[in-house]
Design a protein around this ligand. Structure first.
Ligand SMILES: Nc1ncnc2c1ncn2[C@@H]1O[C@H](COP(=O)(O)OP(=O)(O)O)[C@@H](O)[C@H]1O
Ligand SMILES: N[C@@H](CCOP(=O)(O)O)C(=O)O
Length: 318
């Protein structure tokens, strides 16, 4: 149900001549996904994913598509945007921004084992290093400033104990953001939404990261925290699973060693990663956008994760 702008083979017959992809052979809407209209596209030369962007603008998209191209050129496993004959990777279809990217093999691994977490950790570190010299800077649009403006919007809808937790966490994060430890953290372009459903595996082989449309410049440690908070937890309780956490962190550290400042920031960064998704889910739950937001994700999942991180010591970074 996530095709908002239909596309037929007839629509593509002429449009695709501006690429060197041969004739279109088949197009099939992808039902998962909540932001864009996505299609599996088969042409004479291969398998691709066509995306029509329903919200992101022509001004915002060069960051995301350019970052994917930059990473693909440096052997980070991500979908590679396909340039047309003029070298452009951002296109227009049915009056909206559109892209064609390579199709990753495999499927999401929704019950990861340590071996999968290690593959994710190593590729994440490789991605951070490879993105360092990407020239376009766009902030994480779901970062600290967004948390501060969104908090007063959702607070009136929330029960008192959750209100108390949210206020306390925002204060803790404000103090953290002012600290020397925070200022010393390495930063650059990050994925910022590297959940299980945004990575492909073929068995134990990682075939790619995708869905870069929440990416932005932020601390690398924030990206690690977001990833650990999804890949390395027991989904019912939100508690960290030690073998999976160790596997992800050790594999990351082997590629890009963590620093002493990052070790000191780790607990609060895990809380920040939980706060970010608690807030976005609260916002979507209490202030839903149009009908297209099918079933809002459950905000209490991230409230539980946040309480878990505050109440329990977290495994050392290294
Ligand atoms: N490059 C790709 N290769 C293979 N499958 C993809 C690719 N991009 C998207 N998909 C498939 O499309 C689905 C929806 O994509 P996603 O980027 O999550 O959409 P949305 O941004 O609308 O949430 C994914 O779950 C995945 O199955
Ligand atoms: N990962 C976020 C929601 C973002 O949606 P996606 O399917 O595009 O990754 C969450 O779980 O709240």
């Amino acid at each position: 149900m996530a095709v908002f702008t239909p596309v037929s083979l007839d629509d593509l017959t002429h449009w695709l001549t501006k690429f060197s992809l041969g004739k279109p052979l088949a197009i099939k809407g992808i039902s998962s996904g909540i932001e864009n209209s996505n299609f599996f596209l088969t042409t004479e030369t291969g398998e691709f994913v066509l995306t029509i962007f329903e919200k992101l603008t022509f001004e915002q998209l060069p960051f995301y598509l350019g970052l994917m191209r930059h990473l693909a050129e440096r052997d980070v496993l991500v979908p590679e945007p396909i340039a047309d004959k003029r070298g452009e990777i951002l296109h227009e279809l049915h009056g909206k921004p559109a892209s064609i990217v390579t199709r990753l093999e495999g499927a999401s691994q929704l019950s990861p084992k340590p071996v999968h977490c290690a593959a994710v950790g190593a590729m994440l570190a490789k991605m951070h290093l490879a993105a360092q010299d990407f020239p376009i800077r766009q902030p994480n649009l779901r970062g600290f400033d967004w948390w501060r403006t969104t908090t007063p919007t959702v607070l009136p809808y929330m029960p008192p104990d959750a209100q108390h937790l949210l206020r306390a966490e925002i204060h803790a994060q404000e103090a953290f953001a002012e600290s020397d430890t925070y200022r010393a953290l390495a930063r650059g372009p990050v994925h910022a939404d590297l959940f299980r459903n945004n990575v492909m595996f073929d068995g134990e082989r990682l075939t790619g990261f995708f869905d870069f449309y929440f990416a932005g410049c932020d601390t690398w440690l924030f990206d690690v925290a977001v990833t650990v908070n999804d890949w390395c937890i027991d989904l019912d309780s939100g508690a960290l699973d030690l073998p999976r956490t160790r596997a992800l962190l050790d594999a990351y550290h082997a590629v890009r060693p963590f620093t002493a400042d990052e070790r000191n920031a780790w607990q609060l960064m895990l809380q920040a990663g939980a706060l970010r998704f608690w807030l976005s889910r609260l916002y979507d739950f209490y202030l839903p956008r149009e009908a297209e937001m099918l079933t809002p994700h459950d905000p209490t999942h991230f409230e539980r994760i946040l309480r878990q991180r505050i109440d329990n010591p977290v495994p050392e970074l290294f």
